[in-house]
Ligand binder design. Structure first.
Ligand SMILES: *Cc1c(COP(=O)(O)O)cnc(C)c1O
Length: 352
């Protein structure tokens, strides 16, 4: 087999560090980062701040901690945070905005994971003792649960302008901002300029084993640093893992275009399956397929697993495929052929 099996399309978090990345990690100079003496972490933070056009950045263990530190640092206890109804902070972070920062999330509908400026405008609370204070609005680009869709820069700018006008903060969950940047050519800093705080992940499509960075003003990042200590996220010789992120940023951003092309290929195979539909436009590296008409998500996932293709269950009727640097174009094509061959058989109820 010219590619590893099974073909693992569950998530872009399943990648493993390459030999070159591991060598960079083994050779990284390190120090105690709580003393601010880790040269590799300093390098990563400077690179990221620079790319995002922010004054400073902070390395943290996970994207969840990064988002939650940003929310905590931007807001006050009891504040409301406006987000899309399918936001990662709402569904996949263990209720931490409430549990750790006493925040109330206010989910708002929007096509394909994207909030319209008008909807945000209408959701900001008037100043009154009856209401929670709207502390922040959160944007997620690309949008995970809605299939890797890209927020238009213009909408982000409008939301940013109206938030400023109304005196509320803006957080950008940019776990996959790299993908949006590569797909559109919009500079990372242009996206980041629309937010007070930005979070980016290295352990998704960039292929590093651990970590995320948050970025913002000097003052914001200093306060986030104190909160990171409180959250238990201050690490010592963590340059050894940050080196994987440095390597990823230096080598693996441009190649995300291959993942996007592979996702489009996969979508074209999926669409050959009668009764299957794709719910969101496939713009980056995620494909969410509606399989309600052909047996449901668990059954489709199981059938594909038996044939050497792994996907994720997004809901009882939806499965998710994510392309990444550990699945080649060849492997994706092979997965597509398996899908086009075995799923219609199921749909007709014939044993395979
Ligand atoms: C993966 C992800 C995160 C954070 O993930 P961790 O698993 O905590 O690193 C945050 N936001 C989005 C949109 C994500 O896809």
């Amino acid at each position: 087999m010219p590619y590893p099996t099974p073909i693992d399309l569950r998530s872009d978090t399943v990648t493993r560090p390459s030999d070159a990345m591991r060598r960079a990690m083994a050779d990284a100079p390190v120090g105690d980062d709580v003393y601010r003496e880790d040269p590799t972490i300093d390098k990563l933070q400077e690179m990221v701040a620079d790319m995002l056009g922010k004054e400073a950045a902070l390395y943290v263990p996970s994207g969840t901690m990064s988002n939650q530190l940003c929310l905590r640092t931007l807001t006050h206890m009891g504040d409301e945070v406006i987000c899309h109804e399918d936001a990662h902070i709402l569904h996949y972070e263990g209720g931490s905005a409430a549990a750790l920062s006493a925040l109330q999330l206010r989910p708002v509908a929007g096509d394909h994971g994207i909030l319209s400026p008008d909807a945000v405008d209408a959701t900001i609370r008037p100043n009154s003792e009856h209401f929670a204070h709207t502390g922040a609005v959160e944007m997620e680009n690309t949008h995970n649960r809605c299939g890797g869709t890209i927020w238009p820069l213009e909408d982000m700018r409008k939301i940013s302008a109206l938030a400023k006008e109304r005196g509320i903060k803006v957080h950008l969950d940019g776990a996959r901002l790299w993908n949006a940047h590569v797909a559109t050519g919009v500079p990372l800093a242009d996206y980041a300029a629309t937010a007070d705080s930005v979070s980016v992940c290295f352990s998704k499509g960039l292929g590093a084993p651990v970590g995320s960075c948050l970025a913002g003003s000097f003052e914001f990042v200093e306060r986030a640093r104190c909160n990171r200590k409180r959250f238990g996220g201050a690490m010592r010789q963590a340059g050894i893992i940050a080196a994987g992120a440095v390597y990823a940023v230096e080598h693996n951003i441009g190649r995300l275009a291959e993942d996007h092309a592979n996702a489009a290929t996969l979508a074209s195979y999926l669409l050959q399956v009668p009764g299957l539909s794709i719910h969101h436009p496939v713009q980056t590296n995620i494909v969410i397929a509606d399989v309600g008409a052909i047996g449901g998500a668990e059954q489709v996932m199981e059938t594909l697993r038996e044939h050497g293709v792994l996907c994720g269950v997004a809901s009882p009727t939806r499965v998710r495929f994510v392309t990444h640097l550990d699945v080649s174009a060849e492997a994706v094509k092979a997965a597509g052929e398996i899908i086009a061959r075995v799923l219609p058989v199921r749909a007709l109820g014939t044993p395979d």
